[in-house]
Design a protein around this ligand. Structure first.
Ligand SMILES: [Zn+2]
Ligand SMILES: [Zn+2]
Length: 949
C-alpha cells in the first residue's frame, strides 16, 4: 500500500512538472511566433504586393498549423514520457511480486523441513519404544495356532475387553494430548481464523496438512470393510460405515487408526489366511429368533468395542443393501442396571433342556420411566463357555461401575423417559419437530397441525390446522417461526395469541419463501435464514410490533441444493461472530452474516484418501463446534457416513481419529459436548472433544425432534403396542431438567392418578429377540389386540358377569380374540385383551425362580399365581394360534411328561386368571367389598381350565 501511495504521489508530481513544462513551452512558442511573424510579412511584401492580402491570410494559416503541430508534438512527448514512467513502475511491481513469491516458497520450504524433522523425531521415538517392547510374547503369536483356537478364544476375549477398559483412560490421556496440541496450533492459527473468516483469504496463510499415520513395519492403507472385522492389535471390533480401519497391503493385518502406529508385530505375508479364519470362528453365540426360542436360534458373532458388546448376525438372508458390518444390536456395559446371569429352565421355557445350562441372560435398562428392561438370552456352545462369559461380563460391569463411581471414566449416563403416548393423539405418530414451552408444556408438529402437549396432565390441544414441517420458538417464547402448509412457506406467529385463540388464522407469511426446504433462526439476533433449493434468503425479524414484520437482507446463490442450515455464534479472538453454516452433498460452507465477504469451505484438506468425498455425494448433516475452554478452533463435520475433525481456520483435518457410526444415522442432535446419533438400532452418544463413543441406548427406530435431541420420537417395537412414543432423553445427573416429566412407575399409580387404566404403562420385561420384532410379555401385541378401555364401573360389571362364564367359553374367547373374530360378550373380550389390567405385584430373584419353577406342577393355585404375577420372570415365549392352543392343552392333559412347552402354555392360561384377579383387586381398591367370594369363584375356574378338553 505504501508503495502504491508513493507511486501515485510521484506520478502526481511528475504530471504537475510536465504541465509546467508544457506551459513554458507554449509561452516560448508564442514568443517565437511573435518574433518570426514580422519577418514573414516582410518577406511576403518583398515578393509581391498583389498577393499581400492572400499571403497574409496564408501566413496566419501557416502560423496556426505550426502551433497545432507543436501542440501535437508536445502531447506526443508527454505521452512517451508517461509511457516510460508506467513501464518503469510495472518493472518494479514485477520485481516485488517475484520477491514475494520467493518469500512464500522459502516459508513453505521451512515448514516442510520442520515437518520432516518432526517425522524423524517421531520415527526415532517409535524405534526406541519398539526396541523396548520387543518381547517373546509378540513373536510367539503365530506359532501355536491350534491351542490358540481351542483354548484362548474366550480368555483372549476377556483380555481384550479388560484391555479395552484399562485402555480407555489412556485413550483419554491421548486425546488430551491431542487437544493441547490442537490448542497450540489454535493459538498460532487464531489470527488465521480471523483472517479466513473475515474473508480476505490470504495466500500466505499456512495450511498445514495432517502428517499421515505411519508404521515402518507394515504397508498400511485405509480401507472400507464390508464384513465384521477386528483390530489385530487391541482385539476390539472395527465399527463404521466407511474407512473403519487400516489393512496392511502385504500381510493383511487389520487395525484401528488409533492402534496403527503402535503395532510392533512383524509383517508376515504368509499368515494372512490364518488370521481371517480365526476371526470367523470366534465368539459365536446364538440368540432366539424373532418369535422366541420356539422359533429357533440365530447365529451371531459377539465382538466388543471397549465397554460395548456388538452382536453381528451371521445368517445368510441378510439385507443385501447393507454393505458395511452393522451390529444387529448393541449392549452397553456402562448401563447402571446391567445384569448378567445364568438362567433356569423357567427363564427359557422352550429351550432344549440340555441347552439351558449353556444359556445366560443379559438385562439392561431400556426405559427408566416407566421402568422397562431389555433382556437378551444368549446360548453359548457349552456350560463352561457360558460361565466364562458370565464371569467376564459381570467382572467387567463391576469394574465399569467402580470406575464410574470414582469418576475415572467419563460416562454420558443418558436415560430415556416416556413423555407422551401418541396413541392419545394419533396425528402425533409421525411428528417431525417439537419445542419446549415451559416445564410442563411443549409444542409438537402433528401430521395435520400444531399441538400443545401438557405432559403433567397428559393432554393435547390442537393449535393450528396447517401441516407444520419445522418450527422454532424465539424472542422469549413470544415468536413462533414455522415452515408450514402445502406450499412450505415461512410463517411468523405470536404464540400468545395462538394459545389464547387456537385455530385462528394469525399468520404473517413470507410469501417469497415458497417451497422452502429448511430454515434456521437465531434466537437473540432474530436473523432468519431460509433455504429454498439452491438459494438462501436472509431476513431480519423484529419482535415488535405485531403482527411481526421482517426485512429482507440478502440472498446467497449456492451451486447445489442446501440440505443443512444453522446460524451459530462463535467466539473468535474474544469477539462474537455470527456465522451461517450450511451444507450440501459432500460440502460444508461457512458464511459470515455481519459482513460482506466470500464463503469458506470447511473441509479443504487435499488428503488423497478423502477423495471419496469428491467421488460421490455424501450427505452433510451438521457442523458441531468442538468446545474446549473459551474459543473454538476445531469443528466436527458430521457426514452421513462418518465424522471428521477440521481446523476452523484452515479447513485441514486436525485428527486422525474419525467418528464412526454403528449404522447410518436417521437423525442427529448436539447437546454440548455430546453428539447424539440416532440409528435404526440404537441411540449412540459420542463425546465430541475426546472423540469417544460413550454410550449406546437400546432404543431402535428413534429420531430427534429438537436441536439438542432431548425430545425424540421412538418407533421402537418393544416400547409400544403399535404406536410411537415421545421420549425425553436426559442426563441422569441433570438436576435441572427443562421438562418436568412425571414418573410413570406403574399402571396402578397411573390408574389412581388419572382415574383410569392405562395401556402399556405397566412394568414389563421383554426378551430381546433377533431384530426389530419383539415379544411383549402377556399382552403379545400381535394376537393380543386391545379392544377397549375399562373404567372402574365396567370392571365391576365384568367381574360379576364372570361368575356365569364357563371355562370353555373363556378359552374359546381367547382363541377368538387372537384370531380376530368377533365375540359374543364384551365383558370377556375386554378381560382377555386388557394388558392394562396387568399389575406388577412383586419382583422375584433368580434363586426364587428355581424354587417356584420346581414347585409349579404340584403347588396349589395361590402359589402359582405368585409365580405368574412376577413380571421379571414371566415372559411370553410364543404366540399361540387358535389350534395350537387346544393341541397344547390336550397334550397337557394326556401327556404327563413335564416338558417346557407345556409349562409355557400353562403359564398363559394362568396368566389370564391372574389378570382377572388383579383387575378384581383394582376394583377392590377402588371401594368394592365383594372381593373374596369372587376371588374364590375365579380360582375354581382356573382349576377347571386345566382338565379342559
Ligand atoms: Zn485397535
Ligand atoms: Zn504387514
Amino acid at each position: 500500500m505504501y508503495d502504491i501511495l508513493k507511486w501515485i504521489n510521484e506520478e502526481k508530481s511528475a504530471r504537475s512538472h510536465l504541465k509546467g513544462l508544457a506551459n513554458k513551452m507554449a509561452e516560448e512558442l508564442d514568443q517565437i511566433r511573435e518574433t518570426t511573424s514580422p519577418l514573414l510579412t516582410i518577406g511576403s511584401t518583398s515578393s509581391s504586393l498583389t498577393t499581400a492580402g492572400t499571403s497574409l491570410a496564408h501566413n496566419t494559416a501557416w502560423k496556426h498549423g505550426r502551433s497545432v503541430k507543436l501542440k501535437h508534438m508536445e502531447i506526443q512527448q508527454l505521452q512517451t514520457s508517461l509511457q516510460k514512467e508506467i513501464d518503469a513502475k510495472q518493472r518494479i511491481q514485477e520485481e516485488l511480486k517475484e520477491c514475494q513469491a520467493e518469500n512464500i516458497l522459502k516459508a513453505e520450504e521451512n515448514l516442510r523441513l520442520k515437518e520432516e524433522i518432526d517425522k524423524l523425531q517421531k520415527q526415532l521415538t517409535c524405534e526406541q519404544t519398539k526396541q523396548l517392547t520387543k518381547s517373546p510374547i509378540t513373536q510367539s503369536v503365530s506359532d501355536d495356532l491350534s491351542t490358540f483356537i481351542n483354548n484362548t478364544s474366550i480368555d483372549r476375549f476377556l483380555r481384550n475387553v479388560t484391555a479395552g477398559l484399562s485402555d480407555s483412560p489412556a485413550l483419554l490421556n491421548d486425546t488430551n494430548n491431542d487437544l493441547s496440541a490442537t490448542f497450540d496450533d489454535g493459538s498460532s492459527g487464531g489470527d488465521d481464523s480471523s483472517r479466513t473468516m473475515s474473508g480476505s483469504l490470504n495466500k500466505n496463510q499456512t495450511i498445514r496438512p495432517l502428517v499421515p499415520l505411519r508404521n515402518e513395519l507394515h504397508d498400511f492403507m485405509i480401507a472400507n470393510f464390508h464384513v465384521t472385522a477386528m483390530c489385530d492389535d487391541c482385539q476390539n471390533a472395527l465399527i463404521g460405515i466407511v474407512r473403519q480401519g487400516f489393512v496392511c497391503q502385504r500381510c493383511k493385518l487389520i487395525c484401528h487408526p488409533d492402534c496403527m502406529e503402535k503395532i510392533s508385530t512383524p509383517c508376515r505375508p504368509s499368515i494372512k489366511d490364518r488370521s481371517r479364519t480365526i476371526l470367523l470362528d470366534q465368539h459365536i453365540v446364538r440368540i432366539p429368533k424373532a418369535g422366541g426360542i420356539k422359533k429357533g436360534w440365530s447365529k451371531y458373532q459377539l465382538l466388543n468395542l471397549q465397554t460395548k458388546l456388538l452382536f453381528y448376525e451371521l445368517s445368510s438372508d441378510k439385507d443385501q443393501k447393507i454393505t458395511w458390518p452393522q451390529p444387529a444390536f448393541i449392549i452397553d456395559l456402562t448401563d447402571d442396571e446391567f445384569i448378567v446371569s445364568s438362567v433356569t429352565s423357567s427363564d427359557a421355557y422352550h429351550a432344549n433342556k440340555k441347552d439351558v445350562s449353556s444359556i445366560f441372560k443379559i438385562s439392561i435398562l431400556k426405559l427408566s420411566s416407566p421402568k422397562q428392561f431389555q433382556h437378551t438370552l444368549v446360548l453359548t456352545n457349552n456350560e463352561s463357555e457360558k460361565n466364562q462369559y458370565v464371569n467376564m461380563l459381570s467382572d467387567l460391569s463391576s469394574k465399569v461401575k467402580t470406575l464410574k463411581q470414582t469418576g475415572a471414566t467419563r460416562g454420558a449416563n443418558f436415560i430415556a423417559k416416556e413423555l407422551f403416548d401418541t396413541s392419545k393423539c394419533s396425528s402425533l405418530k409421525e411428528t417431525t419437530a417439537a419445542v419446549i414451552l415451559d416445564q410442563d408444556r411443549l409444542i409438537a408438529c402433528g401430521e395435520d397441525g400444531l399441538y400443545l402437549l401438557d405432559i403433567s396432565k397428559d393432554t393435547s390441544t390442537k393449535l393450528s390446522d396447517k401441516r407444520v414441517h419445522q418450527l422454532s420458538l424465539i424472542s422469549n417464547n413470544e415468536l413462533l417461526v414455522t415452515l408450514a402448509g402445502k406450499q412450505r412457506t415461512i410463517r411468523l406467529q405470536s404464540l400468545k395469541s395462538l394459545l389464547e385463540h387456537p385455530l385462528s388464522p394469525l399468520d404473517s407469511k413470507i410469501i417469497e419463501t415458497k417451497n422452502a426446504t429448511t430454515f434456521t433462526v437465531h434466537s437473540t439476533s432474530l436473523v432468519l435464514c431460509v433455504a429454498i433449493k439452491n438459494r438462501i434468503l436472509v431476513y431480519q425479524l423484529f419482535s415488535t410490533p405485531k403482527p411481526y414484520h421482517y426485512s429482507f437482507i440478502r440472498e446467497f446463490n449456492i451451486i447445489q441444493n442446501v440440505t443443512y442450515l444453522e446460524i451459530s455464534t462463535i467466539n473468535i479472538n474474544q469477539t462474537e461472530q455470527q456465522i451461517l453454516w450450511y451444507g450440501y452433498p459432500s460440502t460444508f460452507i461457512a458464511q459470515r452474516l455481519d459482513q460482506q465477504c466470500p464463503s469458506v469451505s470447511l473441509l479443504r484438506d487435499e488428503d488423497p484418501t478423502l477423495q471419496f468425498f469428491r467421488d460421490r455425494p455424501i450427505e452433510a448433516l451438521r457442523v458441531v463446534p468442538v468446545t474446549n475452554s473459551s474459543s473454538i478452533n476445531e469443528l466436527l463435520l458430521v457426514f452421513r457416513e462418518l465424522g471428521i475433525y477440521v481446523s476452523c481456520s484452515t479447513g485441514m483435518r486436525t485428527r486422525h481419529r474419525e467418528l464412526m457410526w454403528t449404522a447410518l444415522p436417521i437423525s442427529t442432535a448436539f447437546s454440548d459436548p455430546y453428539l447424539l446419533i440416532y440409528t435404526e438400532k440404537s441411540v449412540d452418544i459420542y463425546d465430541v472433544p475426546s472423540a469417544t463413543w460413550l454410550q449406546s441406548l437400546p432404543l431402535s427406530r428413534t429420531r430427534s425432534l429438537t436441536f439438542d435431541g432431548c425430545i425424540c420420537l421412538s418407533h421402537d417395537a418393544e416400547l409400544l403396542n403399535h404406536h410411537s412414543k415421545l421420549l425425553y432423553l436426559i442426563q441422569k445427573t441433570n438436576s435441572n431438567p427443562l421438562l418436568n416429566v412425571p414418573e410413570r412407575a406403574s399402571s396402578k399409580s397411573l390408574a389412581t392418578r388419572g382415574g383410569r387404566f392405562r395401556v402399556g404403562g405397566g412394568v414389563v420385561g421383554t426378551i430381546k429377540s433377533t431384530t426389530s420384532s419383539s415379544i411383549a410379555p402377556i399382552s403379545g401385541p400381535k394376537d393380543f389386540t386391545h379392544i377397549s378401555h375399562l373404567g372402574k364401573g365396567e370392571g365391576l360389571q365384568i367381574i360379576s358377569g364372570l361368575k356365569q362364564v364357563s371355562p370353555t367359553s373363556t378359552l374359546s374367547s381367547i382363541n377368538h380374540s387372537s384370531s380376530g373374530s368377533t365375540l359374543n360378550t364384551n365383558n370377556r373380550r375386554s378381560l382377555i385383551s386388557g394388558p392394562q389390567n396387568f399389575v406388577h405385584l412383586t419382583h422375584i430373584g433368580p434363586s426364587d425362580i428355581s424354587t417356584f419353577a420346581s414347585d409349579l406342577s404340584t403347588t396349589n393355585t395361590t402359589t402359582n399365581k405368585a409365580v405368574i404375577s412376577a413380571p421379571m420372570n414371566f415372559r411370553h415365549q410364543v404366540h399361540i394360534g387358535h389350534n395350537d392352543e387346544i393341541d397344547q392343552l390336550n397334550s397337557n392333559n394326556n401327556n404327563n411328561n413335564n416338558n417346557n412347552t407345556r409349562k409355557g402354555v400353562t403359564y398363559e392360561q394362568q396368566t389370564n386368571s391372574v389378570l382377572l384377579k388383579q383387575q378384581q383387586q383394582q376394583v377392590t381398591s377402588s371401594g368394592n367389598s365383594t372381593l373374596s367370594s369372587q376371588s374364590l369363584s375365579f380360582k375354581d375356574e382356573d382349576d377347571s381350565d386345566q382338565p379342559l378338553e
